[in-house]
Design a protein around this ligand. Sequence first.
Ligand code: SF4
Length: 245
Amino acid sequence: MTDAVDPRANVPRGEFGFEHVPETDQSFENALDRARAGERLTVADGVELLTTGTRSAGIDRERKELVLEAADRRREAVVGDEVTFVANLNNNVTTACNTGCLFCNFKDRSEQFRSANDADYGGFTKRPQESREVVRKAIERGIYEVTSVSGLHPAFALDEAHRELLESSDRGDLNYRPPAEYDVDPGTYCEQIEAMSVDGVHVHSMTPEEAYHGRRGTDWSYEEVYGRLKEAGLDWRPPRPSAST
Ligand code: SF4
């Protein structure tokens, strides 16, 4: 099967202008003073600091240095010079996704992953058992957190109850196909989380987009979706992104 669209080249770069430019009623100087004083910053303060002032276009290099210096002094005052890190593994389950987020260079068009496709393709999908093995080996090397963000594979369901609903739905807009249509069955989100939850490792996963995918075609609340994932072993989820995965 020939690919009609190369998902790695479907970003129409250079075609975007900025319809909205940031404006605030704060001044850069006030925002910088508040940051230096360690005060809780407002959104307007943050916008002034990130843009080095909204009253002029572009980034002012001198102001940028002032912001960086204030941030560094604040870091020094709050946490000193001790450096810490999390020994972490990224176990992403699949690159199959049709969503088309413009910044994303991770996705591979899911149509390619179907058994009916004879052509070679890039990307991967892991079965739950494969995820478990990856995590188990990483724990042996000393990690204590797993993060996982995946493409919205059409065969993904939250759990078997969700799959039953998807299988019986006659809606054509749910981005669902049965696992049997693919070379590799990713299982359900709950099966993947349970598989990654090895020996009490901290599992951090399920972006809002994935949770949306895990409740498509239902009226389930996000509390219910995340509740089921928590029962499966999810410890924390990524924050709502200003951009996405
Ligand atoms: S949902 Fe995630 S994997 Fe899919 S295109 Fe968006 S960022 Fe990429």
